[in-house]
Write a protein that binds this ligand. Structure first.
Ligand code: Q46
Ligand code: ZN
Length: 312
């Protein structure tokens, strides 16, 4: 198998693109897909400051790597959830990447440790406040990424969601006809109200397999294990189904998700846009000032509860 572009020995074949690439041309392909995503969705420019949400996994570290190599001003934030060896190992991978790769580009790593603020790791905290672990985790991560982005004056927050993630999420939203979520499934969400950072997903044109190959070929040391809390999740089930379809018909995920985005872009704007809807219902939390629909935001409520129930 030879590289479609330069005809030397290929290291990866991409059935959905009917192509195969050597290492150099594959890196060029990956960088080009990200550059196209950034440009077509008006994500950010070279002067803007980007905060990448990193977990220690292949996608987020590859995203940080790609943005730095493309010449963007990208720092990162890692949230240590306090999930035993999973968190210890992922924290170590992120720190190593920050010290070896990111530092050579002058990039900074910010850290937030759940245990330090809440007095317990995410699993224990969720049990004590009687909430599912992943929803507690989601609230904390969303809050902390937004907080750091706003406090440190980043222009935009970038996450490592890839094509597989977005196709699986779309399948879930369609299966349950969650129209409100469908509206927010684009790869570029504006900062609808003051206090909310703009959010983008520059990897939406690349699959999980392509990103794993990019990480391995570029010697990015990432944590291979998924978070143990993800076991049996609906998202993993949707991904499995889509993987089976993809094997039978390469390009299924791309057709499904990109097709959705194309339809969204052609939709006539409705009477009230997403931004207008947000502006109508969101106002600053009386405790921390982050936008919320209630008087006190769910993060602050959670922390008040944590302080009363977590033994210190
Ligand atoms: S939500 Fe749940 Fe994930 Fe948090 S606890 Fe792990 S699986 S990391 S995206
Ligand atoms: Zn608050």
């Amino acid at each position: 198998m030879n590289c479609t572009k330069c005809k030397t020995k290929a290291v990866i074949s991409l059935p959905r693109h009917n192509a195969a690439f050597c290492k150099g041309c594959f890196n060029g392909f990956v960088h080009d897909q990200v550059a196209r995503a950034i440009k077509s969705e008006w994500m950010f420019g070279k002067e803007e400051r980007i905060l990448v949400a990193v977990s220690g996994g292949k996608d987020s570290l590859a995203l940080w790597d790609i943005l730095l190599k493309l010449g963007y001003r990208a720092d990162a934030l890692y949230v240590n959830l306090g999930i035993g060896t999973y968190s210890e190992q992922s924290h170590a991978k992120v720190t190593k990447f920050a010290e070896v790769v990111a530092a050579s580009h002058g990039a900074t790593l910010h850290l937030h440790t759940v245990e330090q603020e809440a007095g317990a790791g995410i699993k224990e905290l969720a049990q004590l406040i009687h909430r599912p672990t992943c929803s507690t985790c989601g609230t904390i991560k969303r809050y902390q990424f937004n907080r750091v982005a706003i406090e440190q004056q980043y222009d935009v927050m970038a996450t490592g969601h890839n094509l597989d993630d977005e196709a699986a999420r779309l399948l879930g939203n369609v299966l349950h006809w969650q129209e409100e979520y469908l509206e927010k499934q684009g790869p570029s969400l504006p900062a609808s109200v003051e206090g909310f950072a703009k959010k983008v997903k520059p990897l939406y044109r690349l699959s999980e397999r392509e990103l794993a190959a990019y990480a391995v070929l570029n010697r990015i040391d990432y944590i291979v294990e998924e978070c143990p809390m993800a076991k049996g999740s609906k998202m993993l089930q949707y991904k499995e189904v889509l993987n089976r379809l993809e094997t039978e018909s390469p390009g299924t995920k791309q057709t499904f998700y990109w097709g959705f985005l194309e339809k969204q872009s052609k939709k006539q704007p409705t009477a009230t846009t997403m931004t207008e809807k947000d502006r109508a219902v969101l106002h600053p939390c009386t405790s921390c000032s982050q936008p919320t629909t209630a008087e006190v935001c769910s993060y602050c409520k959670m922390m008040v509860r944590a302080k009363t129930v977590v033994p210190r």
